[in-house]
Design a protein around this ligand. Structure first.
Ligand SMILES: *[C@@H]1O[C@H](CO)[C@@H](O)[C@H](O)[C@H]1NC(C)=O
Ligand SMILES: *[C@@H]1O[C@H](CO)[C@@H](O)[C@H](O)[C@H]1NC(C)=O
Ligand SMILES: *[C@@H]1O[C@H](CO)[C@@H](O)[C@H](O)[C@H]1NC(C)=O
Ligand SMILES: *[C@@H]1O[C@H](CO)[C@@H](O)[C@H](O)[C@H]1NC(C)=O
Length: 547
């Protein structure tokens, strides 16, 4: 027995020895306390989670919490009081650093205050642990024009928010009471702006995928349709449909992301992956076993690119509710979701328990935008988890450089013992660079102006040759319903001094390229990324601001 053990030990050493660091999942000791169906990083050390009222184990003031602050350093959670029903709202950071949570649901589940017109403000929180930081809500002074559930929220060129679409009332599956309009926070005018696009994209037009383009206009996808909307002229330009009858917005969720923007031209390209190829949205005709689409479609948003239309390639598997998230080096992580079925709770012909989706995808892939068509997606070296992350889950890149993954709950209330539970386990997905000596940004000004050339002290470990230098300015986005609204990566021209101790870089020219507001800067040397530095891009003035 002892010899067998020592043989195993030797074998173990032999196989473990030449370990090139790999991607890995890391399960945290603490749970999220609430189902993290929305998540957003609000400081270098904190992410906010929001959930629906669903009798979650984390309590505040003798009731289940609707909000929580997750400490990225200690992996612990503290409850955050949310007064109105934030269920299936959205949000973003604005130009003065506040996080704004938008919309939600009618009263319910023990929450007496309607949240669907709510504007909730979380001011910049100086405490690393979030102690004493609260969410401000006052429906009399701060409210939307319309009741909006399942609307998207986007930070735009003047640092304010554009709020897109949604439904007035809670619906079981698709949009039956649409709010086919846009509005802004702070308000830009006395009414909403009707949207012919949202009208055309009914009924699968919830949580539209919306992107601030580097000229200030907004690219939008809903159902299988797309437009460019000009905020200043209030005009829409119709763009080609997503090919092959694939639909990508709730409840037929694919995901979409603005690919990294690079100087000097910052040419925008958008990638859309997953969703489902279907002609019908009648839930009685849909199944938890309906295969999701493996299609990824990419379009370059220049005159010539639009003429060429969408380029199609395929993921390694079909995915409904996939997540697309930037890495600091410009690659895109494809994670989570299911191989079959749909979003929403118990509304199709044959749910699995309450889940409209089945066959969770447990292995992430990487998408490399610069590789040739057809060769961009790989899961080589990617780890596999045993935790399903489907409806009502979230994922975000953190300032530490890894991905925070939490949530998943296709049930109305906290449910255990089902195939698809209410999921309170929290993981990070750690890139290989977390396990080696990393470059470091030794100091960084708290505020950066647009078009500023700046030098900062850095250190680069001797293990790195320094062949490839990338400096990225990122908005980490607001994650919910398979979409990271406002997520953005802008590369900055950068050089490193001969002794590798000074980094010089140039910030984007204006707020159209990077909407003014909080940002995280990463230095990547030979594919090894530093921890991020949290900065204010722009003056830090309240919106609207062009500086
Ligand atoms: C919370 O509940 C406990 C036990 O039921 C009770 O003693 C306490 O007064 C309650 N606190 C508040 C603030 O309602
Ligand atoms: C969930 O729990 C809340 C609070 O007890 C209750 O009002 C609601 O009816 C429950 N929902 C379902 C679907 O059981
Ligand atoms: C988009 O959906 C509409 C309405 O269902 C359909 O008529 C059209 O053919 C679809 N477009 C493509 C390119 O599949
Ligand atoms: C940011 O601007 C919003 C909108 O005007 C305001 O409600 C909030 O208090 C401001 N926050 C800070 C930190 O100035």
């Amino acid at each position: 027995m002892r010899r067998l053990l020592s043989l195993l030990t030797v074998l173990n050493l032999v196989f473990a020895a030449p370990s090139v660091p790999q991607w890995s999942f890391d399960l945290k000791q603490s749970t999220s306390g609430i189902v993290a169906l929305e998540s957003i990083v609000v400081s270098p050390t904190l992410a906010i989670f929001f959930n629906r009222p669903s009798l979650d184990p984390l309590h505040i003031d003798n009731h289940s919490a609707l909000g929580a602050l997750w400490d990225l350093r200690t992996s612990t959670v503290r409850p955050l009081e949310v007064v109105s029903n934030a269920f299936c709202g959205s949000g973003a950071l604005i130009s003065n650093g506040s996080m704004v949570s938008i919309g939600g649901d009618a009263p319910g589940g023990g929450i007496n205050q309607a949240g669907n017109q709510a504007i909730r403000i979380f001011e910049p929180c100086a405490s690393p642990s979030g102690e004493g930081c609260t969410l401000f809500e006052n429906l009399e002074t701060h409210h939307l024009f319309e009741r909006r559930w399942y609307a998207s929220t986007l930070r735009i060129f003047d640092g304010s928010l554009m709020i897109v679409g949604g439904t007035h009332a809670n619906t079981k599956f698709y949009n039956i009471d649409p709010v086919n309009s846009f509005e802004f926070f702070p308000k830009k005018e006395a009414t909403t702006r009707p949207s012919a696009f949202l009208e055309r994209a009914l009924p699968a037009n919830l949580f539209p995928r919306v992107f601030a383009l580097p000229d200030g206009r907004v690219f939008m996808i809903a159902n299988n349709q797309s437009i460019i909307y000009d905020i200043e002229a209030n005009t829409e330009t119709i763009l080609p449909d997503i090919p092959n009858n694939v639909r990508v917005t709730n409840p037929i969720d694919g995901s979409a992301i603005l690919l990294p923007l690079s100087p000097p031209q910052f040419i925008p390209e958008v990638l859309v992956c997953g969703g489902t190829q279907t002609d019908t949205i009648d839930p009685s005709l849909l199944s938890s076993q309906t295969p999701a689409s493996s299609q990824c479609s990419r379009i370059k948003l220049t005159e010539e690119g639009i003429k060429q239309g969408w380029q199609v390639e395929h993921m390694l598997e079909g995915r409904t509710m996939p997540e697309l998230v930037h890495l600091p080096n410009g690659q895109i992580l494809i994670a989570n979701g299911g191989r079959t079925g749909f979003a929403a709770v118990k509304s199709i012909a044959d749910p699995i328990g309450n889940s409209n989706a089945d066959n969770p995808v447990l292995t992430p892939s990487l998408y490399t935008p610069s590789l040739p068509l057809g060769r961009r997606i790989s899961n080589k070296g990617m780890p596999t988890t045993d935790i399903a992350r489907m409806y009502h889950s979230s994922i975000t890149l953190t300032p530490q450089g890894n991905f925070l993954i939490a949530g998943s709950n296709p049930n109305d209330n906290t449910t255990v013992g089902a195939k698809f539970n209410s999921e309170f386990r929290v993981q990070t997905l750690d890139p290989p660079f977390m396990k080696v000596a990393r470059p470091r940004l030794l100091s960084m000004p708290k505020k950066l102006r647009f078009g500023q050339r700046i030098s900062v002290p850095i250190s680069v470990p001797p293990s790195l040759i320094g062949r490839d230098i990338k400096v990225s300015l990122m908005d980490l986005g607001f994650s919910t319903h398979a979409f990271h609204s406002s997520a953005r990566l802008v590369f900055m021209d950068a050089t490193i001094s001969p002794f590798r101790n000074i980094l010089t870089f140039t910030t984007p020219p204006n707020g159209r390229v990077f909407p003014p507001g909080p940002a995280t800067i990463f230095l990547t040397v030979d594919d090894v990324s530093s921890e991020g530095a949290w900065v204010m891009m722009g003056s830090g003035a309240s919106p609207p601001t062009l500086e």
